[in-house]
Design a protein around this ligand. Structure first.
Ligand SMILES: [Zn+2]
Length: 373
């Protein structure tokens, strides 16, 4: 058996792993990749594996301190970038990447940028980026990620080497998650439901006490929602938000370490602080979207139980608690409740405060569930 390496972490994408790995071995890595695949297919895992393979002295062993820091997102030469504006990448954010790309690497011989949501560039952000994407400094590799090829601006896609990832069958995702975390089938299903089917995020979820705590808090609120008065709903929204924000403490810790490192090695502090602030806002929005995903999956489960198909229920650990809702829920009511959840998602994308979006969602879902016909 081959010795373990970082590519083992990429599930169900053997061709992709072989192709990228061969490029590293042959020293034929191109300056820009666009990894395309549906949510949960492992784009970010593939990008991190490629980054590890490029900066690790052992070609991506997956186990050394360098690989560890890449995977945890705090290697100084591997930056993960996500859109910081409500509608996508900001021009100033792109300028920050370009400026940073022209600085020498801190520890490794390369600098790698993992650019999430490559479909979230508008024309002006893309225009600011194109020249650097086409001819980045020699030591730079850009790895762009997108759910679909067609959603990426052609000006961006045409400057990248395209790597396609296939959809991972849900049963394979469950198996892999169980194998890696030792979770039960029930816990694995619940973790995938709370993580949009993304194995890497589900792994984080299984391992994070505070994320599981937040889920418990939310599912408890949903169950009691029909019997709540307005004051209860407001208090519940506050509690749920507190619970989902708790895991952000880890990011604050990393920001502290980054700042300390910057102070030691030198460099502009204000720009870093600004970036950290923007990242915090983006992560907070992500945490709230998790609440929204979990609510949607809980409602779909209640409907599945109402329709007599309990085998497709994802949140099996709380199926007893869903019985009461399922007993009276009609398909029409479930659709109305899911519309309310979709509306919350829209509100978040329009930069409505998370507090207001979650409150409104819980009020709307309560209204449907207290009169579910
Ligand atoms: Zn390594």
């Amino acid at each position: 058996m081959a010795r373990p390496c970082v590519w083992d972490e990429l599930v169900g994408q053997r061709t992709v792993a072989e192709r990228l790995r061969a490029a590293v071995t042959a020293d034929a890595v191109t300056h820009a990749y666009l990894l395309v695949g549906p949510p949960g297919s492992g784009k970010k895992t593939a990008a991190r594996a490629l980054a590890c393979a490029l900066v690790c002295d052992d070609g991506g062993c997956g186990a050394c301190p360098t690989c560890y820091r890449v995977k945890k997102g705090f290697h100084p030469d591997v930056r993960i970038v996500s859109p910081e504006g409500a509608a996508g990448y900001l021009v100033e954010q792109v300028r920050d990447i370009i400026h940073d790309a022209h600085l020498a690497a801190v520890e490794a011989t390369r600098k790698i940028y993992i650019i999430e949501a490559a479909d979230a560039f508008n024309e002006s952000a893309a225009n600011a980026f194109l020249k650097t994407l086409e001819e980045p400094p020699d030591h730079v590799v850009m790895i762009l990620l997108a759910n679909g090829y067609d959603a990426v601006l052609p000006t961006i896609a045409s400057r990248c080497q395209i790597v396609r990832l296939r959809r991972i069958p849900p049963s394979l995702a469950v198996d892999v998650l169980r194998e890696r975390s030792g979770a039960s089938e029930e816990d694995a299903l619940a973790a995938l439901a709370a993580s949009g089917g993304v194995v890497a995020r589900a792994l984080d979820f299984v391992r994070s006490q505070s994320k599981r705590e937040a889920r418990r808090e939310l599912l408890g609120v949903l169950k009691d929602l029909p019997a709540m008065d307005a004051a209860d709903v407001l208090a519940s929204a506050r509690r749920v938000l507190e619970a989902v924000r708790a895991p952000l403490a880890e990011i604050k810790e990393r920001h502290g370490a980054e700042l300390a490192e910057r102070k030691e090695f030198g460099g502009p502090l204000a720009a870093l602080e600004q970036r950290q602030k923007r990242e915090m806002t983006a992560r907070e929005r992500e945490a709230v979207l998790e609440v929204i995903d979990m609510t949607a999956s809980w409602l779909r489960d209640c409907l599945a139980m109402a329709e007599g198909t309990p085998e497709v229920v994802a949140n099996r650990d709380v199926s007893d608690a869903m019985d009461e809702v399922a007993a009276v829920l009609t398909a029409g009511a479930a659709v109305r409740a899911l519309d309310a959840v979709a509306e919350a998602r829209r509100r978040i994308s329009y930069n409505v405060s998370p507090q207001l979006a979650v409150e409104a969602m819980l009020f709307d879902v309560r209204e449907v569930l207290s009169c579910p016909r």
